[in-house]
Design a protein around this ligand. Structure first.
Ligand code: VG1
Ligand code: CO
Length: 544
């Protein structure tokens, strides 16, 4: 294999965000753009000569072309083996599992997750380390730093690889193994959950279900597991064929974007259980007949019931949630007397806690839950967890949720997103919020008195690393909170996220609509950040 050294020029915008580098496809198609970033990653890592690398993505537009480019760069940089999902496909949790199962050096996952796909839309790439999880901040910072000075990348001249046939090909010193993207993952799921019980609950008609794959990566996974292995009727999985543009939709599982599912779940012929996943298969939306389960509640309910699932029958060593996620899971941890950690947004912060055995379960308000079975959040895993719970408790979703609230109280919660705000305006909003932090404590606003106002700073209890500026928090004496932060996954302008929660212990007042129950805090949030005033908008783009 003849290695070619290609001269290149740095791009100044290759700083990975919450979950890898995400840009418009057109940005990635600039000469040397993808090549630079991949070479910057390899330049920042050590010790991979002759080792294997996992490669796969969510199938969005540019996925195949990017894989061919990366194969050549990885070969030129001295990897010994590439393990690639057939068709270039791998869900994020499956990639994480394959890295762990085959003890590879790491993996590259091509996805912009819940962002739309297509020639005019988004693409993304992230590097996962040997534990299967997203590269920690010290690595992503090194990739960025290298990308600022890079002037050459290595590649080899060779034909494109056939990605569609399972098997091994040897090209010079490089072995290329094309694997079935689903089977290892399906086997893992079978080892965690009670498949015979699930099969029986589905075949007896006790559980009827609808899963919306949103034309994204989970289609093949859900079809294999829910239909072929667990016996659900084929029509239980909708939008099952992955498309390069996700059918023109946002593959984002929430009530706004998974509207087909939402419509059925709130209709007269709703099944007992409904769920959806996102572009790369790591998110989940859980619904039952006429009920939507807020992700923060879902995490808490899973933690409270984990012992009912075979893999967690021994109990949980601890739990963790991202800072903006509601405090519902904290109450479960307190009552079970297990530790609860609060981390910054993004899965990379859970890795150390999972590796150290300090936590078993973790999650985020953004439709992400996971456990120590992989080092990513995992959409279908969460779906199977809920199905197993319903089958074991023999209760509908609504009853499980209401009983949980009765026992622990309800943390009424919502998130408002203002998308594509002009960056200078977004920065001014953050500046304005920061300027109020010293004066807010002890101020009273109606029934809400500010207890603390700060910027979240995280110290990792395993490696001592510190992550600053992870969101602005205003906490009140009654436990309510408002959190503000800018998204790190968008590709147009800035997205302001406002997270609002209030605790409601009174059972007779728990069944309220979240927007109404939180109205006063929503008003206060606007008073603090002035997003409507400063952008001239009258409502958020998305409410979850
Ligand atoms: C968002 C979510 C965050 C999640 C991240 C990646 O990040 O808020 O909780 O970990 O997306 O999810 P941000 O910075 O836009 O708020 V995924 O499924 O898009 O890879
Ligand atoms: Co995702």
């Amino acid at each position: 294999m003849q290695i070619e050294m290609i001269t290149t020029h740095p791009y100044n915008d290759q700083n990975p965000g919450t979950s890898g580098l995400r840009k418009k496809v057109k940005v990635f198609q600039q000469p040397g753009y993808l090549e630079n970033f991949v070479q910057s990653i390899f330049d920042s890592l050590e010790g991979f000569a002759g080792k294997s690398l996992v490669l796969g993505g969510d199938g969005r537009y540019f996925n195949r072309a990017a894989i061919q480019i990366i194969i050549k760069i990885a070969a030129a940089n001295g990897f010994g083996e590439l393990i690639i999902g057939q068709g270039g496909l791998l869900s994020t949790p499956a990639a994480s599992h394959i890295i762990r199962k085959y003890h590879t050096f790491g993996g590259l996952v091509l996805s912009a997750s819940h962002n739309p796909g297509g020639p005019e839309e988004d693409f993304g790439i992230k590097y996962n380390v040997g534990n299967g999880g997203p590269a920690p901040e010290k690595d992503t910072a090194a990739f960025y730093q290298r990308s600022q000075t890079i002037n050459v990348y290595k590649t080899i001249a060779m034909d494109d690889i056939d990605l569609d046939n399972i098997g091994t090909q040897q090209i010079g010193d490089l072995k290329i193994t094309i694997i079935d993207p689903v089977s290892d993952y399906a086997e893992l799921m079978q080892s965690i959950f009670d498949f015979p019980l699930l099969k029986q609950s589905i075949s007896s008609g006790y559980i009827t279900l609808l899963f919306d794959a949103m034309h994204a990566i989970t289609g093949p996974y859900a079809t294999r597991i829910l239909v072929e292995m667990l016996g659900a009727p084929a029509e239980s999985v909708i939008n099952a064929v992955p498309l390069e543009d996700f059918g023109g939709h946002h593959p984002d599982p929430n009530l706004a974007h998974a509207h087909e599912l939402a419509h059925v779940m709130f209709s007269d012929h709703a099944p007992t259980f409904g769920a959806a996943s996102d572009g790369d298969g790591d998110r989940n939306m859980i619904t039952g007949r006429h009920i939507f389960v807020t992700p923060s509640d879902s995490l808490a309910i899973m933690a409270a019931n984990a012992r009912l699932i075979p893999a967690y029958a021994q109990g949980l060593s601890g739990v963790a949630r991202s800072m903006p996620t509601s405090q519902a899971v904290d109450r479960v941890a307190a009552s079970y007397n297990i530790p609860c950690f609060e981390t910054p947004t993004g899965w990379k912060f859970f890795g150390n806690l999972l590796d150290a055995g300090k936590i078993t379960l973790c999650g985020e308000e953004s439709f992400g839950t996971g456990s120590n079975h992989v080092r990513e959040k995992d959409g279908l895993w969460a779906v199977l967890f809920w199905l197993n719970l319903i089958a074991k408790r023999r209760q509908p979703v609504a009853d499980i949720v209401h009983e949980h609230w009765q026992k622990f109280g309800r943390d009424i919660y919502c998130r408002h997103d203002y998308e594509a705000v002009e960056t200078p305006i977004a920065n001014a909003i953050v500046g304005h919020l920061r300027s109020q932090l010293p004066i807010l404590p002890d101020q009273a606003f109606g029934e809400y008195t500010v207890k603390y106002a700060d910027e979240f700073c995280y110290e990792d209890s395993v490696d001592g690393s510190i992550s600053r500026n992870q969101g602005i928090r205003v906490g009140f004496t009654n436990g309510s909170r408002i959190v503000f932060r800018l998204s790190g996954t968008g590709t147009v302008g800035a997205t302001l996220r406002i997270y609002i929660e209030r605790f409601e212990p009174d059972v007779s007042r728990q069944d309220q609509d979240a927007q109404l129950a939180l109205a006063e805090l929503i008003e206060l949030a606007e008073q603090f950040c002035e997003v409507k005033k400063r952008t001239g908008r009258d409502a958020p783009n998305v409410i979850t």
